[in-house]
Design a protein around this ligand. Structure first.
Ligand code: ADP
Ligand code: MG
Length: 257
């Protein structure tokens, strides 16, 4: 599979495409010492789906992403990506790339250098690194900026480089942890459209945490509302908006019940 070749759309569920690995969480729990942060999460994400996690600060959204990425070990439960059980697999072998709110770019390296750094460290041939960086830059409209340093870029362009760094790794699944929260309102709108376009172009499974209701409603095929380490409700934006299970969900999605 090439990093940037679009996957053909199928007639399946919204956003689903052939070839993209899905994600399965079974009874996933996480405790830090005596504190139970996640309490038995069961969730199926279809290949190619765009899933958005929302919920109050501290409810466990970032922890759940970190468990999926393998940056933390589960206390209980199983995680499968595609057909593979990855519960005990090293992060680098899960086929996942994560984009954070605060993205540290190397200031002394060019945009191309930043984007290709991970592949270079993995000792991939220079020609392959360059081809993948060029392809990702094309998708993100970064081609004219490849020789610049991060200090010569706007905030939005820098965040695009951070996303590009994830794309060149050719992941099955993208994890985004509030990637736009540090940007101003106008740029957030621009980047939101960019991310929707990216999802269309790549067809990957995307799991996206946000505080922003508009981001959730416009990006998601499926919204997962979390509360105190449990799933409160899962559904399409329309379903949660028109038929929330309770006031808590309604409050997050913005419709009174
Ligand atoms: P969210 O992203 O939804 O705001 P987090 O997943 O960051 O929430 O945190 C959930 C809870 O887990 C918080 O109470 C936080 O303090 C706690 N927590 C997160 N990481 C650790 C850790 N490494 N050690 C101890 N507690 C943690
Ligand atoms: Mg968080």
């Amino acid at each position: 599979m090439n990093a940037v070749s679009p996957r053909p759309a199928t007639g399946g569920p919204a956003g689903a495409r052939t070839g993209a690995a899905g994600l399965e969480l079974r009874g996933v729990a996480k405790s830090f010492g005596a504190v139970d942060v996640l309490k038995g999460i069961d969730l199926s994400i279809a290949g190619g789906e765009f899933v958005v996690f929302v919920g109050p600060s501290g409810c466990g959204k970032s922890t759940l992403l970190r468990l999926i990425a393998g940056l933390e070990e589960v206390s209980e439960g199983e995680i499968a990506i595609g057909e593979r059980d990855v519960t005990d697999l090293d992060p680098s072998r899960r086929g996942i790339a994560m984009v954070f709110q605060s993205y540290a770019l190397y200031p002394h390296m060019s945009v191309a250098g930043n984007m290709g750094f991970g592949l270079k460290m993995a000792r991939r041939p220079a020609a392959e690194v360059e081809a993948k960086v060029r392809a990702a830059a094309e998708i993100l409209h970064l081609t004219p900026l490849l020789d610049r340093r991060p200090g010569q870029l706007s905030g939005g362009q820098r965040q695009r480089v951070a996303i590009g760094r994830a794309i060149v790794r050719d992941p099955d699944i993208f994890l985004f942890d509030e990637p736009l929260s540090n940007l101003d309102a106008e740029l957030r709108v621009e980047m939101r459209i960019e991310i929707a376009r990216l999802h269309k172009a790549l067809g990957n499974t995307m799991v996206y945490v946000t505080h922003d209701q508009t981001e959730a409603m416009t990006l998601a095929d499926k919204i997962v509302v979390l509360r105190s380490g449990r799933i409160e409700q899962v559904g399409s934006p329309t379903k949660l908006y028109e038929d929330p299970d309770n006031l808590f969900v309604a409050g997050f999605i913005g419709s009174p019940k």
